[in-house]
Design a protein around this ligand. Structure first.
Ligand code: ADP
Ligand code: MG
Length: 141
């Protein structure tokens, strides 16, 4: 497996629930390193741009509304197979379908407020990391 980087977002619901640390602990426990992190509140334009691939989907408006509803923690995770590993830790999009012990099974409440975002391929990881971080803001250790 290759050393990869992936973008993770702890969404407004999980920040509001005060479980940032418990989610980050799962990344570290699985061997992923947090090589960049920033708390921010997305503007409407940022949320629309970030989720541009979903424009036109029935849930797009609600998704943008939700992602701008409060602060988020954006991070870059690095490790062997980081993209798939993060998706595995996250669990299915709908928390009701998410496997036991995944982040979404434990912390998410609905398909909208589902606690975390994670890049789904090498291409989207690159685009999504560039969306939030300059190269000098990522610290490989
Ligand atoms: P994932 O976040 O698991 O990669 P998608 O990329 O398909 O899922 O969707 C992006 C986000 O849009 C989801 O995390 C969820 O917050 C929201 N979403 C996806 N599908 C639905 C849906 N059917 N109803 C409401 N919100 C949805
Ligand atoms: Mg996705």
């Amino acid at each position: 497996m290759a050393l990869e980087r992936t973008l993770s977002i702890i969404k407004p619901d999980a920040v509001q629930k005060n479980v940032i640390g418990r989610i980050l602990m799962r990344f570290e426990a699985s061997g992923l390193k947090i090589v960049a992190a920033r708390m921010t509140r997305l503007s409407r334009a940022e949320a629309e741009g970030f989720y541009a691939v979903h424009r036109g989907r029935p849930f797009y408006r609600d998704l943008v509304e939700f992602m701008t509803s409060g602060p988020v923690l954006v991070q870059v995770l690095e490790g062997e197979g980081a993209i798939a590993k993060n998706r595995e830790l996250m669990g299915a999009t709908d928390p009701k379908q998410a496997a036991k012990d995944t982040i979404r099974a434990e912390f998410a409440t609905t398909i909208d407020a589902n606690a975390v975002h994670g890049s789904d391929s090498a291409d989207t990881a690159r685009t999504e990391i560039d969306f939030f971080f300059k190269p000098g803001e990522i610290f490989t250790r």
